[in-house]
Design a protein around this ligand. Structure first.
Ligand SMILES: Cc1ncc(C[n+]2csc(CCOP(=O)(O)OP(=O)(O)O)c2C)c(N)n1
Ligand code: SF4
Ligand SMILES: [Mg+2]
Length: 300
C-alpha cells in the first residue's frame, strides 16, 4: 500500500495524544494500527507509550490496551493470546508493544521464553535507544558514544548496542524484521506479513526521539532515513532464524556515519577518533549482515 493510501486508512490514534512533537514512536504505532486493522489487542509495558496513550477513559488508541509490568510483557502477551483463543477470538491480532528498555533489558527473560515457546503473537519493540520516559537513562540499546543522564564519566555510553535481532534469530522465530518510520511502506509490508504468519513474530522499529536525541522535531524522518542510508540501522527480515533478506538497500555507497551523528546533540561530545571507531563498528556489522544474507540464499 502506498503512503497516500495508508493515510486514508481509518485512524486508530486520536489527535490530542501525549507524545512530544516529532515523536518517532507515536508515528510508528500510528502506522502499525493502520497496517494491522481495528481487530487488535495491545499489551503495553511501562514506557513513553503508556503516557502517549494515557489512562482510560481518555486513552488515545482506539483498541483494547492491557498495561502490564515491565518484565512480564512476553508472558502477558502469551496469556492474552491463549485467553482470546479460548473465547474463539482467533482473528484478533495480539501485539505486545515495548520500548527498548522493556525489550532489550528488563523484559528480555519473558521475551526469550515466549520466543522459545513460539507463542502466537507479534512483539513490537519501538527503539528510541534509551529509557526516555524516566529521563534518558542508558539502556543496552543505546549506541556507543551517545550521551545519557546515567552514563558515568566520560558521560557517554562506552559499550556497543546489543544486537537484539541476532538474539531473536538464535530463537529461530518464524519471523523477525527491522523497520523505521521513514519507510512506512516497508514497515507496513512487514507488519502485514507478520500478521499472516503463525507463531512468534518480532518487529524492531528504530524510533527517533527529539528530546532524548537532541534533535529538531522536524528532523525525525530525515534522521530515520539517514540511519538506513549510513547502514547504522539496516532494513531486513529473518525467516525461521536462518533466511536473512535485505528489504531496502541504500542506493549506491553508504552515507558516512558522521552525517547521521552530527545533527544529534547526544553525540556532540564525540571526538573524531570515536566517530571513526563507531564507523568501523557499523562497517563490520554491515559486512557480517551481508555475509549472512549471502549464506542464507541457499535456505530460501
Ligand atoms: C520494574 C520497573 N522498573 C522501572 C520502572 C520505571 N520506568 C517506567 S517507564 C521507564 C522507561 C522505559 O524505557 P523504554 O522501555 O526504553 O521505553 P521509553 O520510555 O523509552 O519509551 C522506566 C524505567 C517501572 N515502571 N517498572
Ligand atoms: S520522550 Fe521521545 S519517545 Fe517519549 S514521547 Fe517524547 S519524543 Fe516520544
Ligand atoms: Mg526507550
Amino acid at each position: 500500500m502506498r503512503i497516500e493510501e495508508m493515510n486514508r486508512e481509518p485512524e486508530m490514534l486520536y489527535a490530542g495524544h501525549n507524545a512530544c512533537p516529532g515523536c518517532g514512536a507515536a508515528l510508528a504505532v500510528r502506522y502499525l494500527t493502520k497496517a494491522l486493522g481495528a481487530n487488535l489487542a495491545l499489551v503495553l509495558t511501562a514506557s513513553c507509550w503508556s503516557i502517549i496513550t494515557g489512562m482510560p477513559p481518555l486513552t488515545a488508541l482506539k483498541c483494547p490496551i492491557l498495561h502490564c509490568p515491565f518484565p512480564s510483557a512476553g508472558s502477558v502477551g502469551s496469556g492474552v493470546r491463549r485467553g482470546l483463543n479460548v473465547k474463539g477470538m482467533h482473528d484478533t491480532t495480539v501485539v505486545v508493544l515495548a520500548g527498548d528498555g522493556g525489550t532489550f533489558d528488563i523484559g528480555l527473560q519473558a521475551l526469550s521464553g515466549a520466543a522459545q515457546r513460539n507463542e502466537d503473537y507479534i512483539f513490537v519493540c519501538y527503539d528510541n535507544e534509551a529509557y526516555m520516559n524516566t529521563g534518558m537513562q542508558t539502556s543496552s540499546a543505546t549506541p556507543f558514544g551517545a550521551r545519557t543522564n546515567t552514563a558515568p564519566y566520560p558521560l557517554f555510553k562506552e559499550g556497543q548496542k546489543k544486537d537484539i535481532m541476532r538474539i531473536m534469530a538464535a530463537h529461530s522465530v518464524p519471523y523477525a524484521a527491522t523497520a523505521t518510520v521513514a519507510f512506512p511502506e516497508d514497515l507496513e509490508n512487514k507488519l502485514k506479513k507478520a500478521q499472516e504468519i503463525r507463531g512468534f513474530r518480532f518487529i524492531h522499529i528504530l524510533s527517533p526521539c527529539p528530546p532524548g536525541w537532541g534533535t529538531e522535531s522536524s528532523d525525525t524522518i530525515h534522521l530515520s532515513r539517514l540511519a538506513v542510508s549510513t547502514g547504522f540501522f539496516p532494513l531486513y527480515e529473518i525467516i525461521n532464524g536462518v533466511s536473512w533478506k535485505m528489504t531496502c538497500q541504500p542506493e549506491g555507497k553508504r552515507t558516512p556515519l558522521k552525517d547521521y551523528l552530527s545533527s544529534q546533540r547526544r553525540f556532540k561530545q564525540m571526538e573524531d577518533i570515536r566517530v571513526d571507531a563507531l564507523q568501523e563498528e557499523v562497517d563490520h556489522d554491515w559486512e557480517m549482515l551481508m555475509e549472512r544474507i549471502a549464506a542464507s540464499k541457499g535456505c530460501e
